[in-house]
Design a protein around this ligand. Structure first.
Ligand code: AMP
Length: 214
């Protein structure tokens, strides 16, 4: 089963994919995390990809398509979640081709519906534990004890460098211009399912699990 999670930055698809990995036996391809892990090694058009990412712009298709092609070689499960890929029509077409070559297909696409205003609040409030990476939000999900990570007890926290107002405006405009058209693309294949992403984490998980029937 190959699943694509689609939605604006901050819609919560990352936390939902973590849940599917930990509780439902999925492997995930987390495009943004993979890119962040490789940002000092990779360049695009002579520019460090970290600089492009920091600005909120999408990277050129060939960069992310190459990355995903490499990741597909390492898959350990038949249940795969694609989070953050595809984000353009060219990427979606390429993913269809890659799936076909692996004897697979995209079975379902879950579109997380959320208003830009909520996304802005979620992203500007987001912070994470510098040691274990657990994500919090000053508006929605504070640490239980102020300044101490619930998971590992660390008192060091950080922000993603692109979680700032200027970059966020660019990320949202990239989403509306280049990623939103994928809703129509996948609905024409009859595999698009929508989930309201402004509900609680547990409610969204319940909807996702219902759609996936796992
Ligand atoms: P994310 O963590 O998913 O919000 O992605 C962070 C940044 O990585 C984006 O703002 C883009 O610069 C880059 N990026 C992630 N996925 C893609 C993709 N599929 N295509 C192009 N750029 C991407």
């Amino acid at each position: 089963m190959w699943i694509v999670l689609l939605g604006a930055p901050g819609c919560g698809k990352g936390t939902q994919s973590e849940e599917l990995v930990s509780d439902y036996g999925f492997s995930s391809i987390l495009t943004g995390d993979l890119l962040r892990a490789n940002k000092d090694k990779m360049v695009a058009g002579g520019k460090a990809i970290g600089d492009i990412m920091g600005s909120g712009a999408l990277l050129p298709d060939e960069v992310t398509i190459g990355l995903i092609r490499d990741e597909l070689q390492k898959l350990k499960s038949d249940r795969v979640i694609f989070d953050g890929f595809p984000r353009t029509i060219a990427q979606a077409e390429s993913l269809n081709d890659m799936a076909e070559k692996c004897g697979k297909k995209i079975d379902k696409v879950i579109n997380f519906i959320i208003d830009d205003e909520i996304v802005i609040k979620r992203i500007t409030g987001r912070f994470k534990c510098a040691r274990c990476g657990k994500i919090y939000n000053k508006f929605f999900l504070e640490t239980r004890v102020s300044g101490v990570c619930d998971e590992c007890g660390s008192t060091e926290f950080g922000h993603r460098s692109d979680d700032n107002a200027e970059s966020l405006i660019k990320r949202l405009s990239e989403y509306h211009e280049k990623t939103y058209p994928l809703i129509d693309f996948y609905s024409r294949f009859g595999i698009l399912y929508s989930v309201k992403a402004d509900a609680s984490f547990e409610e969204v998980t319940k909807e996702v699990v219902k759609v996936l029937n796992v």
